[in-house]
Design a protein around this ligand. Structure first.
Ligand code: DGY
Length: 323
């Protein structure tokens, strides 16, 4: 009888995925869903053959063991992996995988949701109704911004950015412009008649809605800062479904309060789950990191982690290896 590999799943996952993992592996699950302490994650490297973390776990360089760890793979549940120091993982001989594609549609849907909520002042409106303060219909009440025909600017024209672009273009007749650090195939841009711009700044100056779809991490830390916010139109809306650290939240709060831009829709925050306090004083739409949060997508993400583990332990290249 072969012994099953020991795997650690750091948070509660959809039941069909946990059932599959428990059939194949000696799986430790987190039924209470309490986030694990960094010390517990650190010890897991010597106790498990695989660790399956999520964005709510931090795996900086100093959490990785100095010697040879028992764990040989981090099967990350999520496409973004800026919470994992992949250089340290590589140095420790640990493979890292992620879950791309399966969440592109739902995350793009949420970017569009945030655009509409911010443009049409949906959160403000709902707060007014629930507070019993709605005084009835009137021509000048809670007037927002028309998105149909406006310009949708994308920073980071990867899978999620392109999916959002198609929705904006085909759903709302928006003109799509984008900047990406890497060349984009002509046929991919053609799907939404997207026009490339040669810099972040060019997109910021021209767009009515700016939607962020680049990875987080050091290279994009506070990419959207006071100087760049000042380049946006005073009527513009910023949408962030990427990673919180891409935006300087204090600068964004100032820009919203001072009228530098008109609105923002945010799903991600630096230091989640704490919302940077200045943002709470603004009209920004604030959601709790719901980008991929549909039953179908969360299950598909988990199954993808399981596929990666299965391939790895069968001695094959995991399909979604990122380090
Ligand atoms: C993702 O997949 O990156 C989501 O934001 C959750 O980590």
């Amino acid at each position: 009888m072969t012994t099953k590999q020991r795997i650690l799943v750091t948070r509660s996952w959809p039941k069909p995925v946990e059932d599959r993992l428990s059939r194949t592996y000696d799986a430790t699950l987190n039924a209470d869903d309490v986030p694990m302490a960094p010390e517990a994650i650190a010890s897991a490297f010597s106790e498990y053959d695989a660790i399956c973390p999520t964005v709510s776990d931090k795996l900086p360089a100093d959490i990785f063991p100095a010697g040879t760890p028992r764990a040989k793979i981090l099967g990350n549940y999520g496409v973004g992996f800026s919470h994992i120091d992949t250089d340290a993982a590589k140095a420790a001989g640990i493979v890292v995988t992620n879950t791309p594609d399966v969440l592109s549609e739902c995350t793009a849907d949420l970017a569009i949701t945030l655009m509409l909520m911010a443009a049409r002042r949906a959160s403000e409106g709902e707060r007014e109704v629930r507070a019993g303060k709605w005084a009835g219909w009137r021509p000048t009440h809670m007037v927002g911004t028309k998105v149909s025909g406006a310009t949708f600017g994308i920073l980071g024209f990867g899978r999620i950015g392109r999916t959002a672009a198609r929705r904006a273009h085909h759903g709302f007749g928006m003109k799509v412009i984008y900047y990406d650090a890497f060349p984009v195939k002509r046929e991919l841009a053609a799907e939404s008649k997207a026009e490339a711009r040669d810099s972040i700044e060019a997109v910021l100056r021209e767009a009515d809605v700016v939607s962020l779809h680049m990875p987080g991490g050091k290279e994009n830390y506070h990419l959207i800062n006071a100087e760049r916010l000042a380049m946006m139109k005073p009527t513009a809306i910023l949408v962030n479904t990427a990673r919180g650290e891409v935006v300087d939240a204090a600068a964004l709060a100032e820009a919203l309060l001072g009228g530098t831009i008109a609105g923002a829709g945010l799903d991600v925050y630096e230091g989640e789950p704490t919302i940077p306090p200045p943002l709470l004083e603004t009209n920004a739409v604030l959601l709790p990191h719901l980008g991929s949060a549909t039953r179908a997508t969360r299950e598909a993400m988990g199954m993808m982690v399981a596929d990666n583990l299965d391939a790895f332990f069968a001695g094959k290249e995991p399909p979604n290896r990122v380090a």
